[in-house]
Each structure stands twice: as structure tokens, then as C-alpha cells.
Design a protein around this ligand. Structure first.
Ligand code: SAM
Length: 265
């Protein structure tokens, strides 16, 4: 996968060169290109922002540097894409976007290229998104319901979540299967040696060597943890994947099955 990021703080993205994603780049699984928006602003001060029309606080990112930067990225991106492919995706981090989820990470991991446009100040002039929509599939995406100073931290989180789903990036692909959110549930608690530590013991079942019992215990823990911490993930969920034992746990946790869906009683 090729990922392009446009930002006024390209150095902010440096941690994406470390650890698993750094290795993925060395191994040629991921190509990361970071572009400085100011390289596309040509006045003496390389200005990328101006006051908002209509008044109000803060500054707005000017359209011209963005169009030039995105045109430049697009040229390189299209050179590596098949002409028959759909328009490339442009992700615009924004607290006013759709919320980033594991499902979206999986969807985006299928793309051959992703371009990210990091906003700062009060955001990017809206016309850039309209203009870009003729060239890209534009997706405004939010990391969550809070406001960051800029898109860079959101891009780091998204690139890490997407990058680790690319084939070969995580050593043991099994570890992706049982993770939180991979099946709509949170992950079960995990433990390592020693089996007894400062008066806290590892649950007996995990020492039993009985893989059937361990799998059943883990699944039950997933249900209990999800119901306690994120009950909205279970509300209305399809009941079909839950077997008899799991439905018994769900009933104990206050869920009924109505028309094939989980409903909190
Ligand atoms: N005035 C904007 C609003 O209320 O929607 C917020 C602008 S914010 C200070 C500056 C930039 O940070 C945004 O353009 C966006 O790129 C990024 N940003 C802030 N919060 C974010 C979030 N929750 N998810 C993704 N990006 C975010």
C-alpha cells in the first residue's frame, strides 16, 4: 500500500517510521510519503491560512496550497494505479467526520493507496473538499468525539490501525483475529508468568491445558467485558453467532433475543 500524508508539520509523522510500520516500510509492504503543505505556498511567508469569511475566531487553511499539494500527490498516486481502478481515496481528518472504527480500518486496508490531508487551525476551506471530490473519493473521518489541534495525531492512529492489517505486517496474523472489535466484542483479559503475583493469581482455567474450556472461558469474558464496558456494542447485535452457552451468559447479563437481535431487558 502507498500512503501519502500532507501536513504543515511533516516531522509530526516521524513515529510512523518506527516499530512494526517502520519494518513494513523496509520490507516494501508499505510506502509512506509525507509532504509539506508549505512547499505549495509561494508567497514570502509561505502562508497557508487566512481569516474566515463571515468573521469568527481562528484562521482557515487557504484553498490554493491544498489544491497544488493534492494535484502533486495525485499525479504520483495515479502513475502507480491501474486506469480501470476507482478514484483514489482522500481521507480528511475532522471531528465532523464519520467515526473511525476497526471495520473502517479493514475496509481502507483493501485500498492500493490512501491520501491524508491534515487540517490545522479551524480546518480547511470547504471548497477544497468539493474540488477534491472530482478527483478523489473524499472521506472526512473523525478519531472520536473530541477536538485535536490538528489532523496529524488522527492520521498516526489511522495509519497504525490500517497498516497492521496489511498482509505480512504483524508477524502472527492469528493475533489479529481475536482482538477487540475484530468480531464486535472487546478482547478477553490476558495474563503471563508468573502465575501468582503479589497475591493475584491467573485464573485456574488458563493453567488447565484444556483448550476447549479455555476457548469457552475467553468467549464468556469477552461477553462480560463488552456488556460492562461497552454495552452499546451488544445492543441490537445479530444473535446468530452466539451459541447456547453464550446465550446463557447473555441472558445472565440482561440480554434477550428478539427477532434474531440482542435486546437489553
Ligand atoms: N473547527 C473545527 C471543528 O470544530 O470541527 C476543528 C478544527 S481542529 C482545531 C483542527 C484540525 O484538527 C481539524 O481540521 C482536523 O484535521 C483535526 N482534528 C481535530 N479533531 C479531530 C478528530 N476528532 N478527529 C480527526 N481529526 C481531528
Amino acid at each position: 500500500m502507498r500512503i501519502d500524508v500532507v501536513s504543515i508539520f511533516p516531522e509530526y509523522l516521524a513515529p510512523l517510521r518506527l516499530s512494526l510500520l517502520g519494518r513494513a516500510q523496509e520490507d516494501g509492504l508499505l510506502q509512506l510519503e509525507v509532504h509539506d503543505l508549505r512547499d505549495f505556498a509561494f508567497d514570502r511567508h509561505r502562508t497557508v491560512d487566512d481569516t474566515p469569511y463571515g468573521g469568527g475566531a481562528g484562521m482557515v487553511m487557504k484553498p490554493e496550497p491544498w489544491s497544488l499539494a493534492l494535484e502533486s500527490v495525485l499525479e504520483s498516486v495515479l502513475a502507480g494505479r491501474d486506469a480501470s481502478e476507482d478514484k483514489p481515496i482522500l481521507i480528511v481528518p475532522s471531528p465532523a467526520g464519520e467515526v473511525f472504527t476497526q471495520a473502517l480500518a479493514y475496509e481502507l486496508a483493501e485500498e492500493p493507496t490512501l491520501t491524508f490531508a491534515c487540517g490545522r487551525y479551524e480546518g480547511i476551506d470547504e471548497r477544497v473538499l468539493d474540488w477534491a471530490g472530482e478527483r478523489f473519493r473524499v472521506r472526512p473521518v473523525s478519531l472520536g468525539d473530541y477536538v485535536l489541534n490538528g489532523g496529524e495525531v488522527a492520521v498516526m492512529a489511522m495509519v497504525e490501525a490500517i497498516g497492521r492489517l496489511l498482509p505480512g505486517v504483524v508477524g502472527n496474523p492469528e493475533s489479529l483475529v481475536e482482538e477487540s472489535h475484530s468480531n464486535g466484542l472487546l478482547e478477553y483479559p490476558v495474563y503471563t508468568k508468573p502465575s501468582s503475583w503479589r497475591g493475584h493469581d491467573v485464573p485456574e482455567v488458563l493453567l488447565s491445558g484444556n483448550h476447549g474450556l479455555i476457548a469457552r472461558w475467553r468467549r464468556e469474558q469477552q461477553l462480560r467485558r463488552t456488556a460492562a464496558r461497552r454495552p452499546e456494542l451488544l445492543d441490537g447485535a445479530d444473535a446468530a453467532p452466539f451459541g447456547r452457552d453464550e446465550r446463557a451468559v447473555l441472558r445472565e447479563l440482561g440480554y434477550d433475543v428478539v427477532a434474531g437481535r440482542l435486546v437489553r431487558g
